[in-house]
Design a binder for this molecule. Structure first.
Ligand code: ZN
Ligand code: ZN
Length: 372
């Protein structure tokens, strides 16, 4: 049995209690407000009202050196369980652990004990698409899928729908890059040649190479690296973007109370490496564009990064999981924008019936024509 993870950072996270009964408020997507689950009192919520501008970017080097990573835990007493099938780690309120994995539906979930609590999220995007809205959207989505098995529809519209906060890392950095390259400029000469005994001319392209060099500065703002293990990567890419520049809110436990949170499994160090690879790719692209002329070769880039900061943020996702045959399928909906992406099986029964019906119609047609 796993011990209850004691949140280290709970003292620094302010709790908002119900003004009527003192109960813990929960975020309600339909009402876009904090609602008391005990007495139904709605506590009006204004973006950033409690802690304006409180989303903190944390220094990456310090965090990797274990000096300061902004605190640990989710600010409430929580239990973590890991699915033995898909390996996703879900974080629940201590008394509300689900019996099945939200990502794949497997009942094989076991307590997960980490060496250390997860880094506390700095911010999140609160759910904006409510459960009834997402069911309606999935119903419409399902209606446009040809030959999808009815099981998909049932799964989408019944209780396998879960609202989840998925872990992401975002990174900021300033980069200064200096580059050298050979810049190529096209020029053309006219050549004469003989074809079928006739003298003709043609334009031939050449390149004049000249050394070139330059410097550039760029600021990377909120580069995203997903930390999810449970959600299918290709589906996640399809339901992005999550608007991170304007609508992120400072993390508070009441936003995630009543929702399931996934613990990141891409840890900060790995995420920082992935972010560096993304940035290097992008810096090279920027330098390529800076080389004058029509083409270039031998591009060498020297870049220095400074002021690298990060945040652990949570993104809202509605997820449907179901098995069809022996395979597990997922359908994801962006909990903020409503964008849907799903894997879907094909129902061979429906396809066989459709093909049989088409063949039958064809034979009837042939037979009727033969009668005339
Ligand atoms: Zn109350
Ligand atoms: Zn699972």
């Amino acid at each position: 049995m796993a011990d209850v993870q004691q949140p280290v950072a709970s003292a620094t996270l302010d709790k908002r209690a119900c003004p009527e009964c003192g109960g813990d408020l929960e975020w309600n997507a339909a009402k876009q407000a904090l609602v008391c689950p005990f007495c139904g009192t709605v506590a009006p919520w204004k973006p950033d009202a409690a802690t304006p501008g409180a989303i903190v970017e944390l220094d990456l080097a310090q965090a990797l050196a274990k000096a300061d990573d902004g605190g640990r835990g989710y600010g409430d007493s929580r239990r973590e369980v890991q699915c033995q099938s898909c390996k996703a780690i879900s974080v629940f309120e201590a008394d509300k652990v689900a019996a099945r994995c939200a990502f794949c539906g497997s009942p094989a979930i076991v307590p997960y004990t980490a060496l250390k609590d997860a880094i506390t999220p700095q911010s999140l995007l609160p759910f904006r698409v409510s459960e009834s809205q997402v069911r309606e959207a999935i119903r419409r989505w399902y209606g446009t899928r040809w030959f999808a098995p009815n099981k998909l529809k049932r799964a989408a519209l019944t209780d396998t729908l879960r609202g989840l906060y998925l872990p992401y890392w975002t990174f900021d950095a300033h980069v200064h890059a200096s580059w050298t390259a050979e810049s190529g400029t096209y020029y053309y000469t006219t050549e004469t040649y003989t074809q079928n005994g006739q003298t003709r001319t043609r334009q031939v392209q050449h390149v004049r190479w000249e050394p070139a060099s330059g410097e550039l500065d760029h600021f990377f703002d909120d580069d995203l690296v997903p930390g999810s293990e449970g959600a299918q990567r290709d589906l996640l890419e399809k339901i992005q973007p999550f608007p991170t520049t304007t609508d992120l809110q400072p993390y508070a436990p009441e936003f995630v109370r009543g929702w399931t949170v996934e613990r990141y499994q891409v840890d900060l160090r790995l995420a920082a490496d992935l972010n560096m690879t993304q940035m290097e790719f992008e810096v090279r692209r920027l330098c390529e564009r800076a080389v004058p002329g029509d083409t270039h070769r031998n591009l060498q880039v020297q870049s220095t990064y400074h002021g690298r900061t990060f945040k652990h943020v949570l993104m809202p996702v509605w997820l449907v999981s179901y098995t069809y045959g022996t395979r597990a399928f997922q359908l994801l909906a962006n909990g903020y924008t409503g964008t849907i992406a799903g894997q879907r099986p094909y129902s061979w029964i429906k396809i066989t019936l459709a093909v049989t019906a088409a063949l039958f119609a064809f034979f009837v047609y042939v037979w009727l024509n033969g009668q005339n």
